[in-house]
Design a binder for this molecule. Sequence first.
Ligand code: SF4
Ligand code: SF4
Length: 477
Amino acid sequence: MSEQQKPKKPRPAPEKIIPHSKDMDATKQRVHPRFAKGKYQKIRLISMYTILLGFLLAPWLRWDSRQALLFDVIEPKFYIFGAVFMPQDFYFFAFVFIIAALLLFMVTVYAGRVWCGYACPQTIYVHLYQYVEKIIIGDRNKRIKFDKAPWNAEKILKTLAVHSIWGIFSAVTALTFIAFIVGTDYLFFNGEPLFFMGWGKMTWIFFLLITFVTQTNGGYMREHMCVYICPYGRFQSVMFDKDTLIVSYDYERGEPRGARKKDNTHQYGDCVDCTLCVQVCPTGIDIRDGLQVECIQCAACIDACNEIMDKVGSPRGLIRYTTERQLVDKQKTKIIGWRIFAYIGVLSACIVAAALIVVGRSPLELEIRHDRKQLSSIGRDGMVENSYVLKIVNKTNEKQIYKVRLDGDTKGLTLRSRFKQLPLQANEPYDLPVSVIGDPAIIKAGSTPITITVYSTDGKYSTSAQNMFIYEAKEQK
Ligand code: SF4
Ligand code: SF4
């Protein structure tokens, strides 16, 4: 059969995401992608390294002379740009997670796996660690050769250099993570001659653990993390539809593939079968086989193929960002539909709810807990006593002095507190035991609602809470 009569390969169904390409065998040799150059790679580099820089610098931001982002899980208190979130505020974070998940779903439905290709920490670290290999060992071919070469002095030295640089990046990543939890002051300015001498046992454990995980992920797990472990890649087949933006090979334009003949007598399509799109793929797949679950949509194959198209004088876009509706049905992509309105509706509701929680946060919190062991007792003086614990939280960023009082109908009732005044530091919680004393000659038997108010002595803040005063009938004389 002549080259001209060569039959076309059966067209891969672009509407179906191929669950696993035969080449993605974890036991096979490592993927050593060539570094592609082009428009999309520039966008990726800017996006990925801006995110990385933001992550590394974030713990150093200051707000009101305190770390702007501190997630103290031991206390537990989260400091976010001057606002302090305590366990009672954590439902706010539930909304934040719902908003983030909805945003991710919405972006995935319309823009495909743009998160994976341009912003995912795994992608960023794999790119960074592969770049280190490129600098020390060389580009794709040299790295493949290096892997196969027998061990000698040069291989040992280069391997050591690569691992050491990875190790530094991994340690810096671990320090940054921990700085969000324990703070940069504890981590680096703890008064010891060498900063790590001031760390506790848990800090050491987390430091070593995160360093190890980062080194393993960026250095060894790489694409296997995306292909075998990350659940997000699996969700995509549920979220993708005909109008989702995907990286696709234009099968009709490209096939049959083959190297061009000098006399231009061939009947091939535009694909010159140079395999550059496969060589640059960080997950080692061939996009010409159809959309595969391994594809993180990094667009490296688009840039590589565009370069080849420029060289052979064919129009760019043999591999391109498109949708199934455009590529297969030859119709315009539909963006406006009921789904976008549904997403925007639910998202807006969650954003409004989260904003209301932040705006409506009281700078002073009070909760009254009745002593459960003994609701009511009679003192030596014959008075009825109920004990409570006032859980008071100063949520302002300044020291406050508080007082407590009994409000409402206080006939026959008096409040006794251990302290006349309660000074609380910024964001300090305190459990204040108090008693309400009732005169049995005046108060009625049974339950009487009481209101306790906590107020700052400067008159700026006050809040009240209700509970019950119990005078049990059997206690009556
Ligand atoms: S880079 Fe383009 S021309 Fe080369 S093999 Fe891939 S699709 Fe074909
Ligand atoms: S097929 Fe293309 S877009 Fe998908 S992961 Fe490979 S290089 Fe990136």
